[in-house]
Design a protein around this ligand. Structure first.
Ligand code: 3HC
Ligand code: NAI
Length: 700
């Protein structure tokens, strides 16, 4: 149907008014769209030739929900979605929602307010509000349990996941699947509803069918969510709304209760932080000086060099997206180990019922393996994931420069090394960039893309588009040690060893950071990543003269590495391991105390949790300002995405840079200076970054 440029297109077909939402890109329910729907419904009601209404979305989807940008004002202007739904519910003409693409959040609530719902087979429906720190605020918590039962309602609303149309039909969320043309089928459904003479179904008038153990069901579902994010407000409010509905109150009272809870959440800091991340994630894929019309290079086959920890995960990332992979190793044994590890990962998934036998066969069928570099010649993109050693990487890239076809992209998965030096070794630096995956690569969402000095715009644009295809969120970084994430990680870890030497235990430090919301405290994280790996990087950096020339700097990590306490894989690191369970190890405290004595570091018993957090987190934030000033990161939001998607920083705080703004930059500055005085700041990392100081001065 041709769009008229109005927010809602109104046409009449076969005595059915067809209201088409026309608010690209997602038909977000902005005030202008809400007003237009209200007016169009009045028109349909007053039109004597119209017997029924079909509500559908123009463009790619039915409706992506409320216009989140409006939340910033702290209120929802009239008419809100509840008003529209009320209007549909009291109309004596049937209203049918015709869903294609997605019906999410307020979009699904709008559909639930219609008498009937029909969807295309590939459509999806869900309530993602919890991911934005809010809840369905237009009756979703009240109508959904009435329509499909409390179990599914809790599942959908607490998880934010969406379900496909087939499941939605089976579970009663929709009434029919469209087998041919959606609009034709929706009109036919609407006409049948008129002709049947049966009372029109209204979800809000259904009784609340609860079982006696309802309260327990709600508490158990909530507890499960809070295990991951105990501080999250939205899940608690969702549980309250559903429990309120279940308590036997009138439906209208439930709507009022839900609205109050929604408005409270909308204005709280958690929702602001999560909305910031939603927009930051989309913004991060936009690169200011990249021409929008740059022609993308085709990527039909990907080559991967090295089938170690990362190579295997990267291979599975592409196989999972249906992209053929050629995996290359140094010899047949290493290659077989890599391929078998991939197969065994898939077999385990199949055994757990998360993958079908056909999918397993299909994915392994897309995998070719080789020990011959000539087999890279038909790949459109080759990613090297060999040892973190400049000479080896240069040799590999020189070889790839020779064997890869013209136009093929060469990427390095280095986590710290200079991408330009690696690119130059290839002899075709414009084809090269960094693709820094995170471990496990097939699970972690973040992909840091490192743009070299010579990287061609088409290469960068192709990899950003490809990342979307393989389900990654991308951030583009400039070239420097560790790029955005690992460079800031070093700032995070610098005070760790000093705190331990001063007398804080690993468990104490981890608990303080986990209470702040980090997915894992720094000691557990280091034990998992490998203390030897970190110590090797430190040695290399020290040899380059890039680290402070001071025996105290990261002294404990080097000592533990030298003692073979390499972390979880060695059964001991900052902790002692029983299986994968970390146990406090008094020996680590003794080692730390001995080092402190040797280095003349006084032991203290007055270290507070707040000091632990500040000494670890504020230098990290400070480094973020340096990274911004140098142009390594394009925006503060990019840094926030790196840390929330790649390093377990709590999304509820919006990432380190958003968190700093929320704390107040003046306060951050002041506390850094205070800590600098307290610790002596031998290495200068508590000195506020010039950009931070300027920001403080600008806002004073
Ligand atoms: N409000 C405002 N803008 C939105 C939006 C929304 N709900 N959803 C998407 N957008 C914007 C994006 O910021 C982006 O803008 P840009 O082009 O300027 O960067 C543009 O629309 C396209 O978005 P995507 O790139 O994400 O498009 P996709 O096609 O990949 O995905 C989508 C579409 C699945 C709808 C995805 O955008 C999405 O998940 N959106 C959010 C859905 C959501 O959370 N809905 C609930 C909102 S809260 C609510 O409804 C409250 C209610 O209960 C009262
Ligand atoms: P790994 O040691 O598990 O695997 C490296 C593999 O490369 C080995 O199987 C080795 O046989 C193979 N290899 C070495 N030289 C080769 C050559 N010339 N040709 C073909 N294969 C060769 O190492 P891992 O952990 O997979 O790291 C690989 C790269 O990924 C490194 O650059 C590392 O810094 C980076 N990285 C590692 C992360 C991690 O958490 N392990 C995270 C992000 C990046």
């Amino acid at each position: 149907m041709a769009a008229t440029g109005k927010p809602v297109d109104y046409t009449v077909r076969n005595h059915v008014a067809v209201l088409t939402l026309n608010a690209p890109p997602v038909n977000g329910l902005s005030q202008s769209l809400r007003r237009a729907i209200k007016t169009a419904l009045c028109d349909a009601e007053g039109d004597g030739c119209v017997e029924a209404v079909v509500l559908m979305g123009g463009g790619r989807m039915f409706c992506g929900g409320a216009d989140i940008k409006e939340f910033a004002s702290g209120e929802i202007s009239e008419p809100d979605v509840n008003v529209i739904i009320r209007q549909m519910e009291i109309m004596d003409k049937p209203v049918v929602a015709a869903i294609h693409g997605v019906a999410l959040g307020g979009g699904l609530e709008l559909a639930l307010g219609c008498n009937l719902r029909i969807a295309t087979r590939d459509a999806r429906a869900g309530f993602p509000e919890v991911r934005l720190g809010v809840l369905p605020g237009a009756g979703g918590t009240q109508r959904t349990p009435r329509l499909v039962g409390v179990g599914l309602a809790l599942d959908l609303i607490l998880s934010g996941r969406s379900i496909g149309a087939k499941e939605a039909l089976e579970r009663g969320l929709i009434d029919a699947l469209s087998e041919r043309d959606l609009l034709t089928d929706a009109i036919a459904l609407a006409r049948r509803a008129c002709q049947s003479g049966d009372p029109l179904p209204v979800a809000g008038r259904l009784p609340f069918n609860g079982t006696s153990d309802l309260e327990q069901t709600i508490t158990a579902a909530l507890e499960q969510v809070l295990r991951r994010t105990p501080d999250a407000e939205a899940p608690k409010a969702i549980a309250r709304c559903i429990a309120f509905a279940a308590s036997g109150v009138d439906f209208e009272e439930g709507l009022v209760f839900e609205r109050e809870e929604f408005l409270k959440l909308m204005s709280n800091t958690q929702s602001r932080a999560l909305r910031h991340l939603f927009f930051a994630e989309r913004e991060a894929a936009k690169i200011p000086n990249l021409p929008p019309d740059v022609a993308l290079r085709p990527v039909e086959r990907v080559g991967i060099i090295g089938a170690g920890v990362m190579g295997r995960g990267i291979a599975m990332t592409f196989l999972n997206a249906g992209i053929p992979v050629t995996l290359l190793e140094i010899d047949a044994d290493a290659l077989q180990r890599g391929v078998e590890a991939i197969r065994s990962n898939y077999v385990t998934r199949q055994e757990k019922g998360r993958m079908s036998a056909e999918d397993l066969k299909e994915r392994m069928g897309l995998l070719r393996s080789s020990t011959n570099y000539d087999d890279m010649s038909d790949c459109d993109l080759v990613i090297e994931a060999v040892f973190e050693n400049m000479e080896i990487k240069q040799n590999v890239c020189a070889r790839l420069g020779e064997v890869c076809k013209p136009g093929a992209i060469i990427a390095t998965n280095t986590s710290t090394l200079n991408v330009d030096t690696i690119a130059n070794a290839s002899g075709r630096a414009s084809d090269v960039l960094g693709m820094h995956f995170f471990s496990p690569a097939h699970i972690m969402r973040l992909l840091e893309i490192v743009r070299g000095a010579e990287t061609a715009p088409a290469v960068l644009a192709t990899v950003i588009a490809l990342a979307r295809r393989i389900g990654k969120v991308t951030v583009v970084s400039g070239v420097c040690y560790g790029f955005i994430g690992n460079r800031m990680l070093e700032s995070y870890l610098r005070e760790l060893d000093f705190l331990l030497m001063e007398g804080a235990t690993p468990a104490r430090i981890d608990t303080a950071l986990e209470a702040f919301g980090m997915a894992m405290g720094p000691c557990r994280m280091m034990d998992m990543a490998g203390i030897d790996v970190n110590a090797r990087v430190l040695d290399e950096r020290a040899a380059e003269g890039a680290l402070p020339d001071d025996p105290g700097y990261r002294a404990l990590v080097r000592k533990l590495a030298a003692m073979g306490r390499h972390g979880q894989k060695a059964g001991q690191g900052y902790y002692r391991y029983e299986g994968r369970t970390p146990c406090a190890d008094p020996q680590v405290d003794r080692i730390a105390a001995e080092l402190a004595a040797t280095l003349g570091i006084p032991r203290r018993d007055d270290i507070t949790d707040a000091e632990i957090r500040d000494r670890l987190l504020l230098p990290l934030i400070n480094e973020g300002f340096r990274i911004l000033e140098e142009g390594i990161a394009l925006r503060p939001g990019d840094i926030d995405i790196v840390w929330t998607a790649g390093y377990g920083w709590p999304a509820l705080t919006g990432g380190p840079m958003h968190h700093a703004e929320a704390l107040g930059l003046g306060r951050v500055c002041h506390r850094l200076e205070e800590l600098g005085r307290q610790t002596g700041d031998r290495f200068g990392y508590f000195a506020p970054a010039p950009f931070l100081l300027r920001r403080v001065a600008d806002t004073a």
